[in-house]
Design a protein around this ligand. Structure first.
Ligand SMILES: Cc1cc2nc3c(=O)[nH]c(=O)nc-3n(C[C@H](O)[C@H](O)[C@H](O)COP(=O)(O)OP(=O)(O)OC[C@H]3O[C@@H](n4cnc5c(N)ncnc54)[C@H](O)[C@@H]3O)c2cc1C
Length: 386
């Protein structure tokens, strides 16, 4: 930035996108304030494992000067991919164990810690839940938080995910249901307590698909396997179906019944799971979502281009958006030029990925999913969920 006074930049959300932006700007001596609704870094586990791609997530970590510490904790040994039909027959679309592969895995909690530890104390304001944003008379933007605090900034970056509270100021688009819900559960200490399942899932990700549903399992660190049972099911189905995630016995039984005609080796993922079940309906923004330039406000990551996880790109794109925006802010003479440049790069890239994610979810959770998979593998396409 070459402006005479230091601009005030607010980042809403301490996810991978928001924290990467704060970190890269910090390396260029541009101060930011991150506002996060969670009360502290340990409020909740951050979720499953992510594979970071060289041209996006890893590139952003290089710019953040965090690539070496990332390499020290990344799981290069967990890059395998396996694919089955519901009879546990192997489909020819997997990836062999490849420790030299270039998409190593990292648990989200570890990635968040890496980014948080790299920030100067006081940058992240915990317990700041943005409730509204308003354009002030001087053209800057006022942020109103649930805790009663109001602050004013020159640039507000909405990195606040699916249900962004910044987005409505610049776009009418709302996330809509993809038609697919994940029920998440897990298995602990798998090498010792569930050796056959550890073997089945392997060192990476396993997809088993058929009949509008699938079991997607991924190896996480600390010998944990996270499983998503994906189902094409109407929105709000739980009430009708009597599914209660807080009752592990009935939840497990309900899930088992849905997969009753699947091979026993795959059903074991459900039967041997721990007691923690979470329902995750998958939402998306319209493919090609964009907005007219609005001085002083922009979006990145899921807030800008929420897509189903079947692109395997969401976190990677959020981090690449952050890298592009940080580059633009540090090289343009005004915030306005910087945001315009960033958005011109981000919109078409996000549109391509969102189209892939849309096709991915419709192919992966489909009546003829294995047939789709065979066609895809012949065309050397790829599908991912993580
Ligand atoms: C089941 C599943 C599996 C996935 N697997 C993969 C994968 O393998 N690879 C991949 O690249 N992507 C994957 N994704 C997508 C990925 O999780 C997201 O794209 C990524 O987390 C987006 O990062 P973000 O920083 O934009 O937003 P988020 O990670 O959603 O972070 C937003 C932050 O903003 C905070 N926040 C929200 N509202 C407010 C508010 N009002 N005030 C203050 N703070 C607020 C939130 O608490 C959160 O910390 C997956 C998604 C799902 C659902």
């Amino acid at each position: 930035m070459t402006t005479k006074t230091t601009p005030r930049i607010a980042i809403i959300g301490a996810g991978p996108g928001g924290l990467t932006l704060a970190r890269i700007l910090q390396t260029r001596n541009i101060p930011t304030t991150v506002f996060e609704r969670e009360s502290d870094p340990d409020t909740r586990p951050q979720g499953g494992s992510l594979d970071l791609h060289p041209e996006s997530g890893q590139l952003a970590l290089r710019l953040a000067e965090l690539f070496e510490p990332f390499q020290a904790i990344a799981r290069y040994e967990d890059q395998e991919g396996r694919s089955f039909n519901k009879h546990a027959q192997v489909l020819p679309a997997g990836r062999p164990v490849e420790e030299s592969g270039d998409r190593p895995e990292i648990d989200r909690t570890e990635l968040r810690k890496l980014l948080l530890d790299s920030l100067k104390p006081g940058i992240v304001h915990w317990g700041y839940n943005l409730s509204s944003i308003r354009r002030a008379t001087d053209g800057r933007h006022e942020l109103h938080f649930e805790n009663g605090v109001t602050e004013i900034f020159d640039l507000v970056v909405g990195a606040d995910g699916t249900w962004s509270h910044v987005r409505p100021l610049i776009s009418n688009a709302k996330p809509f249901y993809t038609g697919v819900t994940f029920i998440e559960f897990g298995l602990d200490n798998v090498d010792q307590d569930h050796p056959a399942l550890a073997q089945l899932v392997g060192h990476g990700t396993m997809f088993a698909k058929g009949n509008n549903q699938g079991l997607f399992a991924q190896r996480n660190s600390h010998a944990h396997i996270r499983v998503y049972a994906g189902m094409r099911i109407p929105e709000g189905w739980e009430t009708k179906a009597g599914f209660d995630a807080s009752n592990p016995h009935t939840a497990r039984k309900w899930l088992f019944d849905r997969f009753a005609d699947w091979d026993q080796s795959l059903q074991a993922l459900i039967l041997e799971s721990n007691d923690h079940f979470v329902v995750r309906p998958l939402y998306m923004l319209p493919v090609g979502h964009r907005w007219n330039f609005h001085p002083g406000v922009t979006l990145l990551g899921d807030a800008a281009h929420l897509m189903s996880p079947f692109s395997g790109e969401g976190a990677n794109l959020a981090m690449l958006d952050a890298a592009d925006l940080a580059n633009a802010i540090s090289t343009h003479s005004t915030l306005e030029e910087a945001v315009r440049t960033y958005e011109e790069t981000m919109f078409p890239r996000a549109e391509d990925a969102a189209r892939g994610a849309y096709q991915g979810v419709n192919r992966a959770v489909a009546p003829d999913a294995p047939a789709h998979k065979l066609v895809l593998s012949k065309a050397q396409g790829s599908e991912q969920a993580g």
